[in-house]
Design a protein around this ligand. Structure first.
Ligand code: BJW
Length: 230
């Protein structure tokens, strides 16, 4: 029998043990910053310097040598490398690059990437300068003041939805790792697949949609994910 077609969804919980904060845990990012001030297109239009500063600080944190992929990122990269062509997709909601650094290849960043900037004039995506400012210039079109962080804010369309929907429509196994299930459309993926695919949640604690999964295992990602993969 052919190996199952797998779709894996990851969230901030998988990077927690690498030293990056989640969003909605008590020590999370939304405990220190108001969503309406930093993570909406309206916030960026109102105060681009404040929003750029929020992402510049998180980008700087990613460059800290102490922030590295952990055993869960490594295990998913191994799974990617070992699984047949056309039967695997890792969809991450994370804007960090820890899956990339671990070596995952069939990877889609549905909420964008902290390390990149996007030009509002020519739509080019380029490596973000260390500090993005309202005066930063686009390396493609030369426009100044046209760059924004390449991330998906509330009210914006996530990236790669066609590819994700196609993979979900075909998958035999859906695994959700380290996500609270509070943000759509990602939180709805399990409902889309649960009537025909096996579904598994790996999370520190039961997520909002835990009851929708065939099976849920609770604990730290660095333990649960390698145990699932190997
Ligand atoms: C561990 C662990 C360990 C801890 N091991 N586990 C009503 C009003 C307005 C809007 C809406 C509405 N209802 C629905 C919407 C839409 C809205 C939405 O969902 N809002 C909700 C708040 C209700 N969604 C959108 O606007 C999205 N766009 C959209 O819907 O477009 C329309 C459309 C799409 C598709 C088809 C048709 C139409 C866009 C959402 C963009 C989200 N952006 C952010 C910010 C990205 C940039 C940045 O990083 O700053 O994405 S918000 C933030 O939340 C970030 C994350 O990717 C996302 C999800 O968070 P995540 O990863 O789940 O983290 P946490 O903190 O919530 O959970 C961590 C979990 O890990 C916890 O469960 C812990 O227990 C666990 N954990 N340590 C294992 N060691």
């Amino acid at each position: 029998m052919a190996p199952p077609k797998i779709v894996i969804l990851t969230g901030a919980g998988i990077s927690r043990e690498s030293g990056l904060h989640t969003f909605r845990d008590p020590d999370g990012i939304w405990a220190r910053h108001r969503i309406e001030e930093v993570a909406t297109p309206e916030a960026f239009a109102r105060n681009p310097a404040l929003v750029q500063g929020f992402y510049n600080a998180r980008r700087a944190q990613l460059r800290d040598p102490a922030i590295r992929p952990n055993a869960a990122h490594d295990a998913l990269a191994e799974l990617d490398a070992s699984w047949p062509e056309g039967r695997f997709l890792l969809v991450t909601q994370n804007v960090d690059d820890l899956h990339d650094r671990a070596g995952s290849r069939r990877l889609l960043h549905m909420h964008g990437e902290l390390a990149k900037a996007r030009c509002l004039r020519c739509a080019a995506i380029s490596p973000a300068p260390g500090d993005l400012t309202p005066e930063s210039a686009c390396p493609e079109c030369g426009g100044t003041g046209t760059l924004r962080p390449h991330v998906v804010w509330f009210g914006e369309m996530p990236i790669g939805m066609e590819r994700i929907e196609a993979a979900l429509a075909e998958c035999d196994l859906f695994v959700s790792i380290g996500t609270s299930g509070a943000v759509y459309p990602a939180a709805g993926f399990v409902r889309e697949v649960r009537h025909r695919a096996d579904t598994l949640e790996l999370n520190l604690e039961p997520s909002e949609g835990s009851h929708l999964f065939d099976e849920a295992r609770h604990g730290p990602a660095t333990q649960l994910v390698p145990a699932f993969v190997r």
